[in-house]
Design a protein around this ligand. Sequence first.
Ligand SMILES: C[S@@+](CC[C@H](N)C(=O)[O-])C[C@H]1O[C@@H](n2cnc3c(N)ncnc32)[C@H](O)[C@@H]1O
Length: 278
Amino acid sequence: MDECMNTNRDHWNGVVSSHVKAPSYDVDGFRAGETTLRPIELEEVGDVSGKSLLHLQCHFGLDTMSWARLGARATGVDFSDEAISTAQSLSSELGLDARFICSNVYDLPDVLDEQFDVVFTSYGVLAWLPDLDRWAQTVAHFVKPGGTFHIAEIHPIESMMEYDADTDELRWEYPYFFQSEALRSECAHTYAAENAAANSPVTYEWCHSLGEIVTSLINAGLTIEYLHEFPFCCYQPFPCMTKDENGWWRLPEKYRDIPLLFSIKARNNLSSILRTSG
Ligand SMILES: C[S@@+](CC[C@H](N)C(=O)[O-])C[C@H]1O[C@@H](n2cnc3c(N)ncnc32)[C@H](O)[C@@H]1O
């Protein structure tokens, strides 16, 4: 498992320099003051002004810094040292109140001794994690009593599909339920840039069903407030998709009921439980 995660870290280290230049990350727009946060998380996380916020798997930190621009005391974490050093230099160049820590999510409790008003993670994070129970325990560990956890993520149903160029159809290709053996892929391209992973194309990923995700958070002691599902995506996983007027990628009409994103809000209700029982 650790070997798979080491290979994944090499992959992520290898893609950072291309992603910084990729149009979809639009670092110049970010420098000019634009946010990289999307309406789902902006609406669901709400006002972060003056709040402490931990962003897990932050890549090179644009979302973390966008939360800082909205007034959060933001901490971004990622296990890619290339991503973290890029985030640190962008943050100091722009004079933002964001701190970045290089750590595997699973090791974070050994490195960081704090709790946060908000713990946040988004878009392309869970497939890299072999053990969701441990992940959820880590999340819960960092949410203050009364604080919230928010995830906006690729829907597991979307991750099952592959586009068939010959038929212009989607087909079911990958498993829905967790399998302990990782899915190995070898691809030079990423969601953000062609050939970004030319020198580190191998990755290992794990499938997690919606039930597994929700149950892991409940078992870790968090209270789920909602689970939302969306028929649109934040990037273009399949060539047959088109962008709508709000910038979301949509499937053709015949696939309109396929969920492509989901979001969850969960709360650490420890303080209210203590108040009730006390
Ligand atoms: C698809 S990216 C997340 C993209 C991010 N939402 C953004 O908009 O830039 C996934 C990130 O997870 C990080 N990652 C993968 N496995 C990790 C782990 N076990 N611990 C910490 N970070 C990890 C990778 O380094 C990468 O930066």
